[in-house]
Design a protein around this ligand. Structure first.
Ligand SMILES: C[S@@+](CC[C@H](N)C(=O)[O-])C[C@H]1O[C@@H](n2cnc3c(N)ncnc32)[C@H](O)[C@@H]1O
Length: 413
């Protein structure tokens, strides 16, 4: 069996080393490890391998916090120190931003807590003969892995998931998903349980069982596209009761409350000066970022396609003109208008199709919030071709223990 020394962690989660000059990707290996490997896939430019034996651990290697680590598809890097996770994210981010010719890459901002931070989750469940499995998919598969405890979740979210597990025991044969968002002010959660396979009676039984639970602010049980709602319709996604941001189990929320606050602060700083500015925000969600610039700007137009988000966006940012629709289709309709600032926060796949349309709005500045440095780099290159110079970028760690990298980039002035 060949021996391999691991050089670094890579985007996507695997570690990388070189064997006779050829790149080898190995899951669950840590930088500095010397390992015995078995090649499981050969490609012309790289190979994939698995660890057969750890011969010499790297300096940053540690015991993972979760007993399911290695089987569960949720986490990738629990086996390395948090400082090394952060350094690895910075190296990956810096490389992709440098390749996209970004003038200045700021230091990454690490998360204050590396466990117990996730305030939003989506899990799968299956019940058979009173036995409940509720958890995530196994790594690289669609096979359900029961996860009675997830150390990444904030406590109110874990308690809400426990409550759902209890309620599911009462069902016959059924399977589906559960999505939950935590209300940290109320220390409860909002949940949406979807039954994909199961009797209609299961939906009413489940709704009755969940309604009134102290762990749940409210939510819904969905069967055959029919939703039975209970409790509160919305929850507060902020810690402040004076300045709430309303959301629900099915609307997007940044996974990490503290890092979300930092992201909004950075956006506010980089958006300046806003006095008299016309702002266009694409992929606005329920208005989480919108409020970082809405009060100072002269006019804000916010675009969001998901109806449940657009409804809450109107509520959360009443002075903003909300357009419910697809970002690119809306950009085409806005052709000929002028905006000083364009803010966008697309899903992982980025927004390549938007670049030429954004450029025609002649913005002074574009602020791009991203959860994928690879699509961010691609889109920065596209925007740069249209005269928007990539000025600066910063990564912040929204999701410790995973390879995911959240970032903000500024183009233009
Ligand atoms: C990453 S979230 C960002 C939300 C918000 N900025 C925040 O911080 O909570 C992306 C949002 O884009 C919306 N979205 C996805 N595809 C879209 C599209 N083609 N056009 C407009 N909005 C879209 C999603 O519904 C989601 O609310």
């Amino acid at each position: 069996m060949p021996e391999l020394r691991i050089d670094a962690l890579a985007f996507g989660g695997d570690a990388v080393g070189r064997l006779d000059g050829k790149v080898v990707f190995v899951p669950y290996a840590a930088p500095g490890d010397t390992i015995e490997i078995e090649i499981v896939e050969e490609r012309p430019s790289y190979s994939r391998a698995r660890i057969v034996r750890l011969l010499e651990p790297g300096e940053g290697r540690r015991e993972p916090a979760c007993s399911l680590f290695g089987a569960c598809g949720g986490c990738h890097w629990q086996m390395v120190d948090y400082a090394l996770q952060i350094a690895s994210k910075q190296a990956i981010f810096k490389r992709s931003m440098t390749e996209a010719a970004v003038e200045r890459v700021h230091a990454i901002s690490g998360a204050p807590t590396e466990l117990g931070y996730r305030r939003r989750c989506r899990m799968h469940w299956e019940v058979s003969g009173g036995e409940v499995q509720l958890g995530y998919y196994r790594r690289g598969s669609r096979e359900l892995l029961d996860a009675p405890v997830c150390p990444l979740l904030v406590q109110p979210l874990q308690l809400a998931v426990d409550r759902v597990r209890e309620a599911l025991k009462g069902l016959g044969r059924a399977k589906g998903t559960v999505a939950a968002n935590a209300d940290l002010t109320g220390q409860r959660a909002h949940i949406s349980v979807r039954i994909d396979e199961g009797e209609a009676a299961a939906a009413s039984a489940l709704t009755r069982s969940l309604d009134g639970s102290p762990e749940l602010a409210g939510g819904q049980v969905v069967h055959n596209r029919r939703a039975s709602r209970f409790g509160a319709e919305w929850i507060n996604l902020r810690l402040s009761e004076e300045d709430p941001l309303w959301g629900s189990a099915v609307t997007f929320a940044q996974a990490n409350l503290e890092q979300d606050r930092l992201l909004r602060r950075r956006l506010e700083q980089w958006a300046k000066p806003l006095e008299g500015a016309r702002v266009l925000e694409l992929f606005a969600g329920v208005g989480n970022l919108t409020r970082a610039f809405a009060s100072a700007a002269a006019e804000v137009v916010a675009v969001e396609s998901f109806p449940a988000c657009a409804t809450l966006l109107r509520h959360n940012a009443p002075d903003v003109r909300v357009i419910q629709g697809d970002a690119v289709a809306t950009l085409k309709k806005l052709a000929g208008e002028r905006f000083d600032l364009v803010v966008l926060d697309p899903p992982r796949e980025g927004c390549a199709a938007a670049a030429p349309h954004i450029a025609t709005l002649a913005p002074r500045t574009v602020l791009y919030v991203s959860c994928d440095p690879m699509t961010l780099a691609r889109d920065i290159r596209l925007l740069a071709k249209h005269g928007l110079a990539p000025r600066r970028a910063q990564a912040l760690d929204m999701m410790p223990q995973t390879y995911h990298i959240e970032a903000i980039a500024q183009l233009g002035d």
